[in-house]
Design a protein around this ligand. Structure first.
Ligand code: KG4
Ligand code: ZN
Length: 350
């Protein structure tokens, strides 16, 4: 079964053709250069760019797959969460194509996409990873930091989430405090390679507090406070150390909660996704955590599947379609774009 997927939840306009878990084409237009000057995503600009790029990106995804839209069996679209005015562009186009070509429409939660990204395959069906339920999902992106107990396809329980900022957002804000560019995550990673992680003393968030939730805003404030005490010259000289200190503490907080989640649940499969998972230090630290516990760790198998893309939406959509979760003809529920109630995504915490 061939699925055309569309993703416009933030600042990437993306379209993809997938067949089951196999990625046939995966086209992404990143608006990052456009938003850089604002130090973050500028919603109305994002919408305008999605409007301008969505048709050519879909055409390119079909072209790369050597396919006509008539040949696809269903259309999938990211329904939320994300910037509502950006999501609306993808949902509108998906709806129009669905009606015009009489295809079923599969609404997908953006987080579901990140969770399934590790299970995407190339055209040859590699890697042949198995879904071994239940498993622990970790999503670390610009919008979310979540631990998800995945009991089966579309059977999720969020067991930990951020109480304020997401990890990627915190890295972006720390970069801003240091006067660096956007997005900050990759810049911090690069700088930190030459820095001392214990250069400044930052508080580990939520110490002594049970549970699996995250918090990054206190860490960010403590960081800002320390940086503001330094002269611009000293900041410049210490950039790698400051980046390394912030990054290390932010990751330690994440790792502590991941470890507690593995220990509490006894799960032996950890599946990670979301933009921050591109970070090599984070990967190394997650591997070091999983290995002694005998836990298997999956990351998205290709770089293009890490940050926002439509192929991950297509992979998640495949399993929704198989379970009969799609819309045909009646799109009333699509008026609730951005809400989480149609997402087959629970917010129950344990
Ligand atoms: O998943 P994503 O592309 O979009 C959202 O759904 O939010 O994640 C974007 C986030 C940004 O905050 C960015 O700074 C972060 O992922 N990021 C990184 C790296 N690459 C992207 N964070 C740390 N290290 C990286 N190499
Ligand atoms: Zn994302």
């Amino acid at each position: 079964m061939l699925i055309l997927s569309i993703e416009t939840s933030c600042d990437e306009t993306a379209a993809s053709i997938t067949q089951g878990r196999r990625v046939i084409s995966n086209v992404i237009f990143s608006q990052v250069d456009l938003h850089k000057q604002w130090g973050g995503v500028y919603p109305s600009l994002a919408r305008r760019e999605h409007e301008a790029k969505i048709d050519p990106i879909i055409a390119q995804a079909l072209k790369n797959a050597r396919m006509k839209i008539e040949e696809v069996d269903a259309i999938a679209v990211t329904f939320g969460p994300g910037l509502v005015i950006a999501l609306e562009v993808g949902v509108r186009v998906a709806k129009e194509l669905t009606v015009k070509y009489r295809k079923p429409l599969i609404p997908v939660d953006h987080l579901e996409g990140h969770l399934y990204s590790a299970f995407a395959q190339n055209r040859a069906g590699k890697p042949a990873r198995k879904f071994e339920f239940p498993f622990l999902g970790l999503i670390a992106s610009g919008g979310h930091t979540s631990l998800v107990l995945v009991k089966g396809h579309q059977d999720y329980e969020i067991i930990g989430k951020t109480l304020d900022d997401a990890l990627g957002e915190a890295l972006d804000k720390a970069a801003k405090i240091l006067g660096l560019g956007y997005p900050g995550g990759p810049i911090i990673e690069e700088l930190a390679k030459k820095g001392k992680p214990d250069f400044i003393d930052l508080p580990l968030p939520l110490v002594g507090r049970p549970g699996l939730d995250f918090s990054y805003s206190g860490l960010k404030t403590a960081f800002r406070y320390q940086v503001e005490k330094m002269s611009p010259r000293d900041i410049l000289a210490a950039l790698p150390h400051l980046a390394a200190s912030f990054q290390a503490k932010a990751f330690t907080h994440l790792l502590k909660k991941v470890e507690a989640a593995l220990d509490n649940t006894g799960l032996k499969l950890l599946v990670a996704g979301g933009g921050v998972v591109a970070n090599q230090l984070l990967r190394t630290r997650l591997r070091a955590l999983a290995k002694p516990k005998g836990a298997t760790l999956y990351f998205p198998p290709d770089e293009i599947l890490i940050s926002d893309n439509a192929a991950m939406i297509g992979v998640a959509a495949h399993f929704k379609y198989q379970n009969g979760i799609y819309l045909k003809g009646n799109f009333d529920s699509l008026d609730r774009i951005g809400r989480t109630d149609l997402h087959y995504w629970t917010t129950k915490t344990v």
